[in-house]
Design a binder for this molecule. Structure first.
Ligand SMILES: [Fe+2]
Length: 214
């Protein structure tokens, strides 16, 4: 599938009701069909008159936003972020998730957070700490070290030279219909559908270069 202009709203990899009872069907419809659709449409609209950008993926548009034509740089990076972040979020969940990380990600989680429970605690704190709209991410650096990174609005860890492994959308549209204003309960439910298989694949593909000798 092509991943450049003209972008399409890629379908969910599972049914809209597949994440019930943790994430409800109506929220998934609105989130995918309206919110992600709007970012996709806006990105296409912004890029329509810039054929030199038509072979770039959302990730490339985010990474190279500093080199985009100045009149569209900010809205393109915001909307490319909206597309990238939402696809990442939807793909990070599964109705039949792997419940815990495999090696080598499990080892990196033990090293960074003391284990899965330590990770969950720190990740939940980070997701709760996002003021207003944004995401919490598990991301790796080029040596395979793990970091928990909160981001606001549609920013991503890509611009910090980090490799995204997992994200959770904590914009209110991700949970308000079911969880109202209780973001913590949504995060607890989300842990039941986040898929460690996909996270492990992304981590295994990341560079993980050894630290240089002193
Ligand atoms: Fe969202």
């Amino acid at each position: 599938m092509s991943d450049h202009y003209k972008f399409i709203n890629t379908p969910l990899p599972y049914a809209y009701d597949a994440l019930e009872p943790y994430i409800d069907e109506l929220t998934m419809h609105l989130h995918h069909d309206r919110h992600l659709q709007a970012y996709t449409d806006k990105l296409n609209e912004l890029l329509a008159d810039y054929p030199q950008l038509h072979d770039m993926s959302p990730e490339q548009l985010i990474r190279y936003s500093g080199r985009l034509p100045s009149e569209i740089a900010v809205p393109v990076s915001r909307n490319a972020g909206g597309v990238y972040n939402h696809r990442f979020y939807f793909n990070a969940m599964s109705p039949q998730p792997q419940r815990s990380p495999s090696e080598p990600l499990a080892k990196a989680i033990r090293r960074a957070f003391g284990g899965l429970n330590g990770f969950k605690e720190r990740f939940k704190d980070a997701a709760l700490s996002v003021f207003g709209s944004g995401y919490a991410w598990l991301a790796a650096d080029s040596r395979g070290r793990l970091f928990i990174v909160p981001t606001v609005n549609q920013q991503t860890p890509l611009t910090r030279e980090l490799i995204p492994i997992v994200n959770i959308d904590v914009w209110e549209h991700a949970y308000y219909l079911k969880h109202y204003n209780e973001r913590g309960k949504y995060i607890d439910d989300w842990f039941n559908v986040m898929d460690w298989k996909r996270a492990g694949e992304l981590y295994a593909q990341s560079p993980r270069r050894p630290a240089p000798r002193q």
